[in-house]
Each structure stands twice: as C-alpha cells, then as structure tokens.
Design a protein around this ligand. Structure first.
Ligand code: C2E
Ligand code: MG
Ligand code: MG
Length: 641
C-alpha cells in the first residue's frame, strides 16, 4: 500500500519523520533509556568477567552512564535527550566490542541498536547512531583495525571489512527505515477504506498553500444519514462494505489535487483545492450528494444512502483543525434541518455551539446545586369549574440570568442527555408535591399532576423504573399521574417507544398527547398509541375568535378523541370567550392564563382552596405576582414559547 506522496520529492521509502505525540515519545524514550541504563551494570559485570580491573570497568561504563544521565533531564527537550540515548546505546555497543576483544559476534549489537532507535521515529537519533557506526568501522577500522576487529584476516584487509560492515549496516538501516515508513503510513491511513485518515487530513490542511485573491480551498464534511440503521439491520460487514463502496464513489467524483479522507465511523471529509468561493464549493457538494442517491448493492442487500454535508472555506486566520471544525458545525446544521442536504459555515454557528457548550456546563451545575423549581398550572374541569389537576412546568433560577423558562434550556438538556436526570427530578418532585396536596385535602377528589416527557426520556431504559420509584416513594396513586408526550417523540422511534408507553400504562399512569394538532396529527398513530387524553395546542385556542376554521379543527379533534374514548384538555385559554367556546364544544378540561398561570406550589394551593369553595365560575385573568410575587410573567413575555 505504499503510494507515492503527491508533490513531495522525498523517495517513497523514506519516512516523513512525523513528530510522535508527546506521550508516545515519552513512553518510548523511557523504554530506550531504561535499556541504556541496563547496560551499565551488565557491561561492568562483563568487564570483570573478562578479567579487566575494576578501574577499567568503571571507566568503560562511565562512557555510557554520562549520556544515560543526560537523557534523564526533561529540560533538555526531545532532540537532545533522544540524541543522548542514541549515543549512549552505540557507545555501549562499542564498549561491548572492545571488552569482548573485537569478537565479530559482538558487532551484531550495532544492528540491534539501530533497529531499536527507529522507535523514536526521528532522524536525529537514528542518523547519529548510523554516523557513529560508519565512522567507527570505516575510519577507526581502517586507521587502527586491531581496535575494532580481532580476526587477523580482517586486520589485514581493513578497507574490505569496513565496506562489508558498511554494506550490512546500510541494508539493516534500509529495512528499519522502511518499517518506520510503513508504521507512519499506517498511522496516516484508515484501515477499512485505505483513505487518508483524520491526522493525514489535518496535515494536508496545515500544508495548504495560502489563499490567493479569488482562489481558496474548501473543506466538505460529510456524515451519512441513517448509517447506524443499516449497520444495525444488516450487520457490520454490510456496513463496512457500504462505506468502502461510497468511498470509491466519492473518490471517482473528485478532481486530481482534491483529497478525500475518512475521519472515522460514517464521517468523511474532502479538501477541495482551488475553488472560487462558497458557491463553487457548494455546487461540488451538491453534485457529491447526488452521487449518494444511486443505491449500493452489497451481496444480497441493496442499500440507499444519503448524507449531510457542511462546507467551510479556508482563510488566512483559520488553522486546519478550525477549518475542519467549521465544516463539521455546518454539517450539524444540515443534519438539524433534516439531513440529505448541504449547509455552509457562518460564524454564528460557532457562537451558537460555544453557547450550547456553556449552557450544558451550567445545566450540570444547576442540577447538582438544585437551581430548578417546578411551577404548577391549574387544569380546570369545565363541567364543575374546579381545579382537578395541574401541569408541572420546570423553571430555572439561574444565578445570573434570573428566572428562565423551559424554552431556553430544555433543548440543550435534551441534546446533552441531561434531560434524563433532570426529567427524573421533575417526576419525583411533582409526585411528592401532588401527594402532599392530596394528603392536605383528604375529603376532596384527588388532584392529578401532568409531567412533560421529552423524546430522549422516552428512549431511556430507566424511565419506567424512575416513574415506578417516584410513585412508590411519594405514595402517589398511579392514576393521579399523567405523562405528556408529543407525537413527534413517538413517531421518531415508534418501535422503541411503544413498549415503554405500554409499560407505563401497565403501571397505571395515564398518558396524554401534548400539543395535538401541531405535528403529524396522524389518526392512525392516535389510534395505535395507548394514550388516555389529548391536549389541543394553544395555537388553535388562541386564534379561536379570529379564525373560524380553528373552531372547526378544535371541534373535530374533540369529537375524534371522544370517539376513541379519550378525554380532551384545551391549552391556552386566555379569554372568557375562548373558554365559553371550548365549553360549548364539549372540551372536558381547559388550561390557560385565564384560569391560572403556572405558579409556585403555595399559590396553587390557595387557588385550589378557592376553586373548591365556589368553583371558578367567572374567572378573571390573574394578575402576575398576585399571591407571592413569583407567578410567571404575564402574556407576551417568556411564557409564550
Ligand atoms: P407545554 O407542555 O405545552 O406547556 C404549556 C406551555 O404553555 C407552558 O409554557 C405554559 O406556561 C404555557 N401556557 C399555558 N397557558 C397559556 C396561555 O394561556 N397562554 C400562553 N401564551 N401560554 C400558556 P412553559 O412553561 O414555558 O413550557 C413550555 C414547554 O416546555 C412546555 O410546553 C413543555 O413542552 C416544556 N416543558 C416544561 N416543563 C418541562 C419539563 O419538566 N420537562 C420537559 N421535558 N419539558 C418541559
Ligand atoms: Mg405539556
Ligand atoms: Mg402543550
């Protein structure tokens, strides 16, 4: 797999001398220096064994101990330290030859040392050792042969033996250098496709010529959509074959001079050299996207592939790593927009990513420091005008940004996976609070609580256990807990979520379909889902007076839900007219600012007592801060998400 490196004048068998990562270098240096130090007692003992007096033995090993000590000084840097170890090791071989009286067998030690020294993957220690060996055998061997050889024939023909030595040393060096080159090559290529890997790509990016006016380079970041599904469904062999086939297809589309690399998994990147700007790079990306369209045959299976691509342009200020990251950010944008498309990088993508990372870190702290609180919004039964339940809505008391609504952090919690522990906290707290309310009013009908579940929570294996534990610990009856899900979160992974939903129903909790009417509103799904109620999205209710067709939609949803044996809650009732219309359309329950804003538990308790006493016959819009000053802000503020 040795290939000529484009544009380089280095012979193909020679390594580039790529710098080893610091930790790898340190590890190898430690090993080689240990080997060097091991020479000291070994050669001392050998000298005594060969009958040399201790003073001579000491003098000989001190020639090794000095460079061995230098190799230990971190301050000296990689070059000096590896050079010291290299010199120590070749001098050690010379000492061995000398102590053994120039025995030819002892000369083999030089070959061993040269092989070991290629472990540094650096020219300096290797060439120093080579120079030493050639010098010792060629020059000293010629001038004073008896110092180097003990065989009379060798001593008689020093030049011949110097040449034989030189030849073998060069042959051994060639073999070592070749294996060094192969190691380097392997570290720069992807084992599966044979394409250059990430390290190689970054290298190429850093060596890219600077942009000229109107000519620059671009990086395309490619990530396959749904590769995981193909891998899971047909196995890794098929997945691998798909990657290889796509790699070949991409390669065929490129011009010479462009570089295709596999970054790992289902990620590829392409460096387009010499483009005029975003338009040209995007056009290439779109052409490549087309190349994915044709199905791939792998054995018996025919697979369709598509990809998301991000494009970033090089400029003087971006390093190779930054350029790749920019293209990656753009690719994520393409994914977020549904995949199978090309997105271009703009600086706001970076600021948004930085903000997301910061927000995630803050969320982690907030979770540990319990900066979250739950507010409860009353849910009113329209027949009795009584509060029959609440919806628990999370709020974040941010130490500097103040009171934050879920719209500002739930997505980040979802993306980082933090929604799982956060959601578990919401479930536990809501259950405990509701159990306390029920205990305080043992004679009233038990109030229920609705808790929102995000898609990630529905896919979490521990969800059912979390809910069961929260019910058990709080003593809340399962029928008092309602979990709100959205159509989108179920449809995204229907097969994975259905068993969870069924298990939750088996626990005895009820399930509501939240924000109904905004998503797919698919009737066939609605029929299949084990939900007990439907919540009509507030956008229909809010527009009720102005838009007559919304009334028709609400009516249709209510009738449909009733026909399927489900109850209906209308969200977002803000005016008395809306409420009257909802009542006339036989919505079972309603929720909205008119009936009560989301509020802290103490205020909700007061509202409950009030509703229990006389019902909420003619509810007046509540004024923010009415009871404790902590009610959510009025309409048109952050409570509109
Ligand atoms: P949602 O489940 O649809 O909750 C109802 C949202 O509508 C709440 O916004 C509520 O304050 C607001 N709302 C209620 N009545 C009215 C009204 O009359 N007019 C207007 N304009 N708005 C009204 P909030 O609290 O900002 O929550 C927004 C969304 O965040 C929720 O929508 C829910 O999807 C999500 N969310 C809230 N708490 C949690 C939670 O603990 N976990 C998860 N996963 N999501 C949550
Ligand atoms: Mg909800
Ligand atoms: Mg809703």
């Amino acid at each position: 797999m040795l290939r000529k490196t484009q544009g380089s004048r280095r012979p193909w068998f020679l390594p580039e001398g790529r710098r080893l990562p610091d930790e790898v270098w340190a590890q190898r240096h430690r090993g080689l220096t240990l080997l060097l130090w091991a020479h000291v007692p070994a050669l001392y003992a050998f000298a005594l064994f060969r009958g040399f007096p201790p003073s001579v033995a000491l003098e000989q090993v001190s020639m090794i101990a000095i460079p061995a000590a230098i190799a230990l000084v971190p301050r000296l840097g990689r070059n000096a330290r590896s050079a010291a170890t290299s010199i120590g090791l070749v001098v050690g071989a010379s000492v061995l030859v000398h102590l053994s009286g120039g025995a030819i067998e002892a000369h083999f030690q030089f070959f061993v040392i040269l092989a070991f020294l290629t472990l540094y993957q650096a020219w300096l220690p290797f060439l120093l050792a080579l120079l030493y060996v050639v010098g010792e055998h060629g020059i000293v061997g010629a001038i004073d042969p008896s110092a180097v050889y003990n065989n009379p024939a060798d001593i008689a023909h020093p030049w011949k033996w110097a040449a034989i030595h030189g030849g073998f040393v060069l042959a051994a060096s060639f073999a070592n250098v070749l294996s060094w080159r192969l190691t380097e090559q392997e570290a720069l290529h992807d084992g599966l496709t044979g394409l250059p890997n990430r390290a190689s790509l970054l290298d190429a990016l850093d060596k890219m010529p600077p942009s000229r006016p109107h000519r620059t380079s671009a990086v395309l970041f490619i990530d396959l959509d749904n590769f995981k599904d193909a891998n899971d469904a047909f196995g890794h062999d098929v997945g691998d074959a798909l990657l290889i086939a796509l790699a070949h297809r991409l390669q065929r589309q490129l011009r010479t001079g462009d570089l295709l690399a596999r970054l790992g998994g289902d990620e590829f990147a392409i460096v387009l050299n010499d483009v005029t700007g975003f338009d040209e790079a995007k056009a290439v990306a779109e052409r490549l996207l087309g190349a994915f369209e044709e199905p791939v045959r792998v054995g018996e299976v025919t697979l369709g592939a598509c990809a998301s691509m991000g494009v970033a342009l090089a400029d003087e200020s971006t390093s190779g790593a930054d350029l790749l990251r920019n293209a990656d950010l753009a690719m994520y944008e393409a994914k977020r927009d549904g995949g199978a498309r090309v997105a271009t990088y703009r600086p706001t993508l970076h600021t948004a990513a930085v903000r997301r990372t910061e927000l995630e870190a803050e969320l982690r702290i907030a979770l540990a420091e319990e900066q979250f609180v739950l507010h409860y919004q009353p849910i009113v039964d329209l027949a009795s005008n009584r509060i029959v339940g609440t919806e628990a809505l999370i709020r974040w008391q941010h130490p500097t940004a103040g009171f934050l609504a879920p719209g500002e952090f739930i997505t980040a919690a979802e993306q980082s996976g933090l929604i799982v522990p956060l959601g578990a906290w919401v479930i536990r707290t809501a259950c405990r609070q509701t159990a306390a309310w029920q205990q305080a009013e043992p004679d009233s009908a038990p109030i229920t609580v609705a808790v929102n579940l995000s898609p990630r929570q529905l896919l979490d294996r521990t969800l059912v256990a979390t809910v069961a534990e929260a019910l058990h610990d709080s003593g809340l009856d399962p029928s008092s807990l309602c979990l709100e899900i959205t159509e989108g979160s179920v449809i995204k992974d229907f097969d994975a979520t259905m068993p969870t939903l069924n298990a939750l129903r088996t626990l005895g909790v009820s399930l509501a379909l939240d924000d109904f009417g905004t998503g797919y509103s698919s009737l066939s799904y609605l029929k299949q889902l084990p939900v007990t109620s439907v919540k009509i999205d507030r956008s229909f209710v809010g527009d009720l007076e102005a838009n007559a067709s919304n009334g028709q939609i609400i009516l249709a949803i209510i009738e449909l839900a009733h026909a399927l044996g489900m109850s209906v809650t209308a969200e977002g009732a803000e005016t008395a007219q809306q409420l009257a219309a909802l009542k006339a359309m036989r919505s079972d329950m309603a929720q909205g600012y008119l009936l009560g804003r989301p509020m802290p538990p103490t205020d909700l308790r007061a509202a409950m007592v009030e509703s229990d006493g006389e019902g909420l016959d003619e509810p007046a819009p509540r004024v923010p801060g009415q009871a404790t000053g902590q009610h959510d802000a009025p309409v048109a503020s952050r409570d509109q998400d």
